[in-house]
Design a protein around this ligand. Sequence first.
Ligand SMILES: [Zn+2]
Length: 144
Amino acid sequence: MQSAGVSPPEPAPISLSAVRQWFRRFWKFSMHELGIAASILESVQAEARRHPEGRITKVGVKIGELSGVDRDALQFGFEVLVKDTEWEPVVLDLEYIPRVQRCSKCAHEFRMTEFDPQCPQCGEFLTHCISGEELDIVYMEVDE
Ligand SMILES: [Zn+2]
């Protein structure tokens, strides 16, 4: 499975009581994570249609530190969506990707903390973000 960006959600079949449960637990989050969870499920369903002989057991998603996605809310949102459906056995495997900068002068790569982009090796301020913005499906595991 190729890496694919997570696009705006298509409506997925969900149970209303499960959504209410989700709101009670994650009311402080917007619909953002639930929408992303629906979008991931859509991709799983699309992949399943392409491989009717197999059964998808796991979907791996990378979440960058800068993507603004709450990992727990996304995990729980996905569980809510698949609950009591044929997709319930699908496990969502989330990988958190920290923000990493690369120095334009010495090419040193470092973990950016506290919004300080300065290169710790040479002191250069002009550094570029090379990871941390991910929100991608990276793999799906299929039982043949
Ligand atoms: Zn440097």
